[in-house]
Design a protein around this ligand. Sequence first.
Ligand code: S3P
Length: 427
Amino acid sequence: MLTLNKSGKISGICQVPGDKSISHRAVMLAGISQGATRIRGFLNGDDCLSTLRCFQQMGVAVEMKQEEMIVTGRGLAGLREPDDVLDAGNSGTTMRLMSGILSGQSFMSVVSGDASLRSRPMERIALPLRLMGASIDGRDGGKRAPLVIRGGGLKSIEYTMPVASAQVKSAVLLAGLYASGTTTVIEPRASRDHTERMLAAFGAQISIDGLTKKIVTTELKGTEIEVPGDISSAAFLMVAAACLPESHLTLKSVGLNPTRAGIITVLQNMGADIEIVNLRTNGGEPIGDLIIRGSALHGTEIGEDLIPSLIDEIPVLAVAAACASGETRITGAQELRVKETDRISAMAEELGNIGVTVDTLPDGMVIQGPQKIRGGMTHSHGDHRIAMAMAIAGLMSESPLSVQNESCIAVSFPGFEKTLRELVVSK
Ligand code: S3P
């Protein structure tokens, strides 16, 4: 159990762990490329370790040399048939992106995961991958994992995506590496574009015209990847520093890809004092240091256009909304209902447990602030982002706040508790 007390401020300098989305992609693209890829800053979180184990199971060699991970790729068609079920654990990114790659392999594979992942929708990737020629079976009429994939002989498609999802887009683009002809994906709104950027870095022939992405088959070449700090992990500390007056926090080397940086825009709209310094680019990804000073926050509106750029940050934004004066209205976020848990009802329930009233909507929530955070017992629902959002609420609560079943935090932010305790200045 993790217990937090009211804190005066957050102060110091910190480097958050590597970006989860980029770490997954680095291992996957390295595994199907030719030659060695050197990865620095890989996230040693449970989700990315699931990806790593799956690719090792398919014959990809991985070696650690000091700070670097060296992955020796087997080329596009060189993966080995896995001799057992590929276990994606709690990771939707592992299951969905890897299914795109497995659809291009001429062997059979079975992909499964934990109870949360087995309950999440997989039809969104199975449908386009079947259109490309893969055979994908699964529970619930092929809609849920375990998935049985028989790949090979793919043909290209033009696919207009019904939901803005980077995982669906990436699964189709990765399968497109194996298809005859040009594979086209058209997004309804811009989702995170790490796959596109990294494919280009590995030498893929990918072209981008607004929301339309096209790819043709090419062998990939190993490269060097520097994984920036994860803005989705930084978000918890950003909200803590923004809400606690007199805070002064520097977060070093955070990934600032515009398709991920919605949290900065929204916190600034709420009156937060956030400065970006030392802006640079590495491996096609913008990186910078963030300086956050505590200030009085006010409510805001977050609509569907911004949602894909901050989808994973909404649990902690709900905590910021409880501390801010006035109404915060979040809409167009129905995807939250199919994350590691239903994050709309989980946040409403857990904030309710500590005295904060949340009005839920089918696609979001409305929070009137400021509300007194009472403290007490909360539960993670086995979801890393719920656990960390509630821990941040603990820094603002009247009496101690505990989070039960918090071990899931290791999915994306190993060392979260230690990092937080080092930055907290007691009241
Ligand atoms: C991710 C995409 C997002 C995000 C998830 C990671 C990725 O999901 O919520 O945590 O790495 O591609 P969508 O597929 O809904 O965009």
